[in-house]
Design a protein around this ligand. Structure first.
Ligand SMILES: Cc1cc2nc3c(=O)[nH]c(=O)nc-3n(C[C@H](O)[C@H](O)[C@H](O)COP(=O)(O)OP(=O)(O)OC[C@H]3O[C@@H](n4cnc5c(N)ncnc54)[C@H](O)[C@@H]3O)c2cc1C
Length: 385
């Protein structure tokens, strides 16, 4: 009987499996209904990494993840692709500047000293490709930047397998079986019953759906995110920082010789798991990009290279980490709300501590406890960052 069965072999499940097996808990089974690694959101992430958040717990998760990314090649193996190209936030109103400043107070209190305010002149120096019309200032952190989502996933997965974990692809979990005390004793799949000492829900955007079938209250919902990719081009340098329009979330970066243009839009009404690329959205985001970055005026979007994926939203846009309420050996590592790749190194480390030691010791994870919604003790929700 595997001591821990992890449902979902995306970046969260893989990170947890690596951290458990590194700590000597080698009897770990990962299950995923995908045919191979990267079937879920991890394979669709654009690969931003930032420490500039508006709550202490998110800054701490990023700082812990950053330490681990810096050691990734030596400690885990594989290429996490962490490049400190910076994250540049552009503000067009005093309200946006105030939000960035208030967040920076929290960032500095957590030791992120290099995060700083920038003037329009600074912005022109940091990213000369941007038209500064209407921009009155912003925020910048040079140690933020980029990561390789599939490199991190594969590195953790290969490492976990080397350390004794096993993975089964093409296996869909359908529920859990509990004993009279409420403890999980087995996981059911479409064809099997797998006895388990503990079960972890690492099912990304599908985690809420799976939890419902197990009688666990997990408020995670899917949210479609679209990414327009230009044709291959060298009009912008690959060293350009991630650049974000604070007011509407439009951002851009260069990846693998194309410019990526994400911009948040609503999901598909009535079909939350559907992921079409919407041509009207592509036209709108292209116009936005051309208005802000003149160098892109003759660089069309390549519809075939553009894609969509699902964020795994929690009600307060913070991860949900720990023991499922009412079920002592059913664990949750969910709801990162679009920050999951960058936080997975930290969250896997912390959940391994919770499972093996009974509590996280590296940092306080109380703000992420699954019961906070029922207790009415949400984290502050920032609409802008
Ligand atoms: C367009 C886009 C851009 C993003 N950009 C970034 C970014 O720049 N930086 C960042 O940090 N994050 C980013 N994210 C968010 C990031 O991708 C997610 O937070 C992260 O991948 C979540 O990892 P996960 O392992 O929880 O989920 P997933 O990678 O989705 O893995 C979950 C796995 O569970 C499996 N599964 C689900 N249900 C079942 C079942 N019943 N039985 C068996 N298997 C099941 C799925 O097949 C899947 O492989 C982005 C997301 C999108 C969509």
């Amino acid at each position: 009987m595997p001591s821990v069965v992890i449902l979902g072999a995306g970046v969260m499940g893989a990170s947890l499996a690596w951290h458990l097996t590194s700590r000597g808990c080698r009897d770990v089974l990962l299950l995923d209904r995908g045919a191979s690694a990267g079937a879920g959101s991890t394979g669709r992430a654009t690969g931003g990494f930032r420490t500039q958040y508006a709550t202490a717990v998110n800054v701490r998760l990023s700082l812990l993840a950053r330490e681990k990314l810096l050691r990734f090649r030596d400690e885990v193996g594989g290429e996490c692709g962490y490049v400190q190209a910076g994250y540049l936030w552009l503000a067009s109103s005093q309200t946006e500047l105030d939000v960035l400043r208030e967040a920076r107070v929290i960032q500095h209190a957590e030791g992120l000293d290099e995060a700083r305010a920038v003037t329009p002149d600074d912005i022109a120096r940091i990213n000369p490709a941007i038209i500064g019309d209407g921009i009155i200032g912003g925020a910048y952190c040079p140690s933020d930047g980029f990561i390789r989502p599939l490199g991190i996933l594969q590195g953790y997965l290969d490492g976990a397998l080397r350390q004794g974990a096993t993975v089964q692809w093409g296996v869909e979990a359908t529920g859990v079986e509990r004993d009279a005390t409420g403890r999980v004793v087995a996981l059911s799949t479409r064809t099997d019953r797998i006895a388990a000492g503990a079960v972890v829900n690492a099912a990304g955007a599908w985690a809420g759906e799976f939890a419902r079938g197990c009688g666990v209250d997990l408020p995670v919902t899917p949210l479609r995110r679209q990414v327009a990719a230009t044709v291959p081009t060298d009009v912008l340098p690959s060293s350009m920082p991630m650049t974000i329009v604070t007011g509407d979330g439009f951002h851009l970066r260069v990846r693998d010789g194309r410019v990526l243009l994400p911009w948040p839009t609503p999901g598909v009404a009535g079909a939350p798991f559907e992921m079409p690329v919407d041509p009207a959205w592509v036209a709108a985001v292209t116009a936005k990009a051309h208005a802000r970055v003149p160098a892109l005026a003759n660089v069309p979007v390549d519809l075939d290279a553009s894609w969509t994926g699902l964020y795994e939203m929690s009600p307060d846009k913070h991860a949900i980490l720990g023991v499922a309420p009412g079920c002592p050996n059913h664990y949750l590592i969910n709801g990162s709300s679009g920050h999951g790749v960058m936080h997975a190194p930290a969250l896997g480390h912390l959940l391994a501590e919770i499972i093996l030691d009974g509590a996280a010791t590296t940092m306080d994870t109380r703000a992420l406890r699954p019961s906070r919604f029922a207790e009415g003790d949400w984290n502050p929700v920032s609409e802008l960052l």
